[in-house]
Design a protein around this ligand. Structure first.
Ligand code: NDP
Ligand code: HSE
Length: 430
């Protein structure tokens, strides 16, 4: 039975994502009403610049007073697509206080303050949904929160930032420069308002925190995630990866420790074999592997950024939240009962690709190998290329603790014969 009184929706933000949310809500209004069981009505759209031309956006709905919009009292659902911490956080908590449920795409905020937001929602019997916050259109939050709620997830590994994948793909496949590729990603609406969030890995770290928290039923904030961006990745690293039959990707990796007593979450560039499915993830696509006890390995793949894909995830949440409203219920809230601690990066065990500039003379290789042995890091392969008394040494290790590798590098830098450590990159996916 279709309810005739519409559910009222306030949209906060009408940029790359918000404008697509508006378009889909307008053009698919009848289908959305049929799926929800009641029509949904856009009651207001808050923006910063009211005079900006916005094609297809009803001008009479535009306001600059987002606070007044969420305080109206007749709003059923607030969609927050402004981004950043403030004023988004205050607007969302105000929305809960005034009886609305919230759909957000704001990974920065959820990763910084998800626990408090969930508590605020629960206190008011409201929903907080944020499928769009992780990997654009790809369903990940709901599968982890609901479909895999009966399983035990041990690992989440993937590419969760479209902008950096786009940049690495362009650098690798077309030889484009870093700045050129970043400009193109920004023009296509993939990058954050401040693209530093993408290239320095903050965006992926926020997504890793959200995924780890839901996967392991514990609290993980962005501050718990080890983060390295791609600004240090050089053309030489990409070429070296190619020589090894690998490619470079910015990965997010969340793991349960072997003894089950802790978890780790990290974001960094890594070499992965060209035969690995993640190696073929191109442009702004994302892909995430989830490994669970009973399910085994699952792979989620799709457009990870952009207005339309992200709006798809927002609209999916809107339908779910509206259905909950009509049936007088709420969806699952925060599940953090395991209270597993997050271990530091030093506890992570993986393989490494280290590129050294060394003196090309007898005994240097032995000196270098001794340093690795003294720190318990076993060498898998060594490749040396000499020129004019100097040499470039590329060493790939077996699996070792990150702390052991770090102390190996400190000791290597102290050798007179080591002119410099040109790059260190983790090797994953083997
Ligand atoms: P945009 O910068 O394109 O849009 C932001 C919108 O918020 C604009 O309409 C802006 O108004 C409005 N705004 C900014 N400050 C205020 C304020 N104080 N009060 C009212 N409105 C304000 O961002 P995106 O659409 O790209 O991103 C929005 C959110 O979605 C972010 O959290 C982002 O991380 C997330 N997201 C984005 C994806 C993408 O591919 N772009 C993918 C997944 C998530 P005005 O138009 O007047 O400037
Ligand atoms: N800037 C983000 C990205 C948007 O490039 O992945 C999607 O979350």
């Amino acid at each position: 039975m279709m309810r005739t009184r519409p559910l009222k929706v306030a949209l906060l933000g009408c940029g790359v994502v918000g404008s697509e949310v508006t378009r889909i809500m307008t053009t698919h209004a009848d289908d959305l009403a049929a799926r929800i069981g009641a029509p949904v009505e856009l009651a207001g759209i808050a923006v910063r610049r009211p005079d900006k031309v916005r094609e297809g956006v009803p001008a009479e709905l535009i306001t600059t007073d987002a606070t007044a919009l969420v305080k109206r009292g007749d709003i059923d659902v607030v969609i927050e697509v402004i981004g950043g911490i403030e004023p988004a956080r205050t607007l969302i908590t105000t929305a809960f206080e005034h009886g609305a449920s919230v759909v957000s795409a704001n990974k920065a905020l959820v990763a910084a303050d998800g626990a408090a937001l969930h508590a605020a929602a629960e206190a008011k019997g409201a929903d907080l949904y944020y499928e769009a916050a992780v990997a654009g259109a790809i369903p990940l939050v709901r599968p982890l929160r609901e479909s895999l709620a009966g399983d035990k997830v041990n690992r989440v590994l993937g590419i969760v930032n479209g902008t950096t994948n786009f940049i690495l793909d362009k650098m690798d496949s077309t030889g484009a420069g870093y700045s050129e590729a970043l400009d193109e990603a920004t023009a296509l609406g993939y990058a954050e308002a401040d693209p530093t969030a993408d290239v320095e890995g903050f965006d992926a770290a926020a997504k890793a925190a959200i995924l780890a928290g839901i996967a392991f039923h514990t609290r993980v904030t962005i501050d718990d995630v080890h983060r390295e961006g791609l600004t240090e990745v050089t053309a030489a690293d990409i070429a070296s990866a190619k020589r090894m039959g690998c490619t470079v990707k910015l990965l997010a990796i969340c793991e349960r420790a072997a003894d089950g007593a802790s978890v780790t979450a990290r974001v960094h560039p890594a070499m992965i074999p060209l035969t690995h499915p993640l190696a073929s993830v191109r442009e702004a696509y994302n892909a995430v592997f989830i490994e669970a006890d009973a399910a085994g390995q699952l792979m989620f793949y799709g457009p990870g950024a952009g207005g339309s894909p992200t709006a798809s995830a927002v609209l999916g949440d809107l339908v779910a939240v509206c259905r909950n409203k009509l049936s007088g219920t709420t969806g699952p809230g925060e599940s953090a009962y395991t209270r597993l601690p997050v271990s530091p990066m030093g506890a992570v065990i993986t393989r490494y690709h280290i590129s050294l500039d060394v003196a090309d003379k007898p005994g240097v290789l032995a000196q270098v190998a001794t340093i690795f042995a003294e720190h318990g890091v076993s060498i898998d392969t060594v490749r040396q290329q000499g020129k004019d008394g100097e040499a470039s040494l590329v060493i790939v290790t077996h699996r070792a603790a990150d702390a052991a590798l770090s102390s190996t590098v400190v000791a290597l830098r102290e050798l007179d014969t080591v002119r410099g450590v040109a790059s260190i990159m983790r090797v994953e996916g083997e």
